[in-house]
Design a protein around this ligand. Sequence first.
Ligand SMILES: [Zn+2]
Length: 95
Amino acid sequence: MIVEQFAQFGPALETLAVELRSRLSAEDAPGQEGGHGADTHIRSGARLELVENAIRRLECGEYGYCARCEDEISYARLKARPESHLCGRCGAGKS
Ligand SMILES: [Zn+2]
């Protein structure tokens, strides 16, 4: 993939990270009902971790490559989920 194509994912990832962080701190606020809220919290936390990971990878030039097979991750996939760290094959083949 061409480096310029990565550049647009930087701001997208930063926005996503800010969004997820504020969602997490809102969920931390006392007086919120429990139930499925805790589940959402875990999901937001896990996604934030992926997003922060992707930002680090972007900074060190590893962004856009599959963490498992080191293949390029398709542009369409990154556009849909900029925090993707697996290519379509590895991401789909969870067993
Ligand atoms: Zn892969």
